[in-house]
Design a protein around this ligand. Structure first.
Ligand code: G
Ligand code: G
Ligand code: MN
Ligand code: NA
Length: 255
């Protein structure tokens, strides 16, 4: 997917597909939540990853349409899982900087979830530091605080990679921190990574937040993370991102 135009066309032709990746308890591998990840079905039937159309998240108009479609699909999938009696806690949706340029982001989210009569308690907003790079930080912090007051949970994504990660913990309330994959990649080979992960878990727990380690690819990483006090994880070792039908099967087995 090379151009923003192609992404716009894919959205018009309903070729956005919502994939999900489980977030599990490291001790039992029980699924406690999911992260929604945007995919596009290409004209030749291939599934393109978000990384292949990342430019689209920077175009305000296309990003806006993509976010609305993601929220609608996520709400509909949650509705179906609830109707099916599947026990699960929450689904994370990634937000881009452009999403926060909307004065009425809260109304966009509420409309999507109201349409399916799904409680906002099932929604986690995943925000990275890039959402703060535009305009005065306090506006975004205020918007995030307002959304959380409406009942959603807030996760700081890619935590540890930004210039001001710790400062954000002072600016608005955070429920979950997601430790970036780059730290997990080096966990078994690199002593500083181990120290940093342990410190991040410690900060997170002491502030009463939940900690998710991202990009876990082997059992040894999962075991080391448990030793360091981390309780939740996500990664190919547990499950790759897949479509809603596949998630239904996984949730029935492991939720
Ligand atoms: O799923 P994948 O590894 O291709 O994701 C690449 C990047 O795209 C990740 O940083 C992820 O957070 C981001 N991403 C995936 N889906 C969405 C989405 O629906 N909205 C936004 N803003 N970013 C997304
Ligand atoms: O930036 P964000 O954390 O939202 O990015 C999530 C992306 O990371 C997803 O697109 C997903 O495909 C990818 N991902 C998730 N688990 C793993 C993993 O174990 N290994 C690798 N290489 N990528 C992963
Ligand atoms: Mn994410
Ligand atoms: Na991340």
């Amino acid at each position: 997917i090379e151009t923003i135009r192609e992404v716009a066309l894919a959205l018009t032709e309903n070729r956005l597909v919502t994939y999900y990746q489980p977030i599990v308890r490291l001790d039992t591998e029980q699924i406690v939540g999911l992260e929604a990840l945007a995919r596009l079905r290409t004209k030749d039937g291939r599934i393109a990853s978000a990384g292949e159309f990342a430019d689209a998240f920077t175009d305000p108009h296309v990003a806006d349409r993509l976010t609305r479609q993601m929220l609608s699909q996520v709400a509909a999938d949650i509705r179906a899982w609830l109707d099916d009696g599947i026990p699960f806690q929450h689904v994370g949706v990634n937000l881009a900087m452009s999403d926060f340029r909307h004065r009425n982001l809260d109304q966009i989210i509420c409309a999507a979830f109201d349409a399916e009569q799904v409680s906002l308690q099932h929604l986690v907003l995943e925000v990275t530091e890039t959402v703060f790079m535009d305009g005065p930080n306090h506006d975004v912090a205020r918007a995030v605080t307002h959304l959380r007051d409406k009942g959603m949970l807030v996760a700081l994504d890619d935590f540890g990679t930004g210039f001001a990660s710790l400062t954000h913990l002072l600016s608005f309330p955070v429920d979950i921190i997601k430790i970036d994959k780059s730290f997990i990649d080096r966990l078994l080979t690199d002593a500083p990574s181990r120290v940093i992960v342990e410190a991040l878990v410690d900060i997170s727990e002491k502030l009463g937040m939940r900690t998710v380690a991202e990009g876990i690819e082997c059992v040894a990483q999962a075991e080391r993370l448990s030793e360091l006090g981390c309780r939740l994880g996500q990664g190919f070792h547990f499950a790759r991102p897949a479509d809603a039908a596949h998630m239904t099967t996984l949730l029935k087995q492991r939720a």
